[in-house]
Design a protein. Sequence first.
Length: 288
Amino acid sequence: MSKELFDEAIGTIPPSTVDVDAVLDRERRRAWVRRVANPWTAAAAGVAAVAVGAALLFVPGGSGGTAVAPGANGTPSAPPTPESCGMDPRPTGPPLAQNPAVVAARLSPVLKAAVQQRVAAGTQLTAHADGEYPKGTQHGPLTFYHVFSTPVLEDGGVCSGGEDYFMAAATTSDGPRRGNVWAMVTRLGGVNGPPTECSNPPNDMTGSCSKTTGPHGEIVVESTMTSPGGPTVDRSTVTKPDGTGVIVEAQNVAGSAKQVGEPEMPAPPLSLAQLTEVALDPALTLYP
């Protein structure tokens, strides 16, 4: 059968509904979140789903759509259960009592005020690349947005996805000195929960980590890491008794410490102690 006759027989092939750029962006973000869960782990970019991108369907729901595994006849199936996954990536903290948009609007001024009060006088906060979500939507400096997706059952019985957190970021500018600050507020458990224990840094990096208890029983883990000639990353993670997890990080580069480059200021714009003060702010909670 000639190609022309074959084309006639099968008709016009419908265009793919899969946004490959969106899949790439989602999987990079998932990999980034996994690195956040353990700051010492240099996780590989999670782009395995791209290889099976045609098998993923995107349906309305959450921020930027929700990925679900296809069922029979190409129709979306129900999200996988914890029993079907090698791990359950869903949060274990209490469900939100407020709409995510309301939560983001409530948390944003709290974070901005806490950071602005602690950075050097005259420091300007501007939009950061990590404040773009979904792709093409840029949020203002330290303005929270909600990231959400249902779990997706992958080969081997392990689920990916399960994101449910609020993210905010900003570039800081103090004359020629530039850095960045970002924060994540999440329900405890799942792929987004903050670490509650210290671990050793990679061989090619130096750093330190300490675990303490906050004034109201919070678990506080402070860590710093740097590579020779590279930027410094300071991070404070706080696990709150009410079920809220908070991660606040500062770097002495405007973009990202993941990109090789020289520091743009002597130290991050906020110290470890200041980051912990921000994270411990009682108003920075999902359950007011």
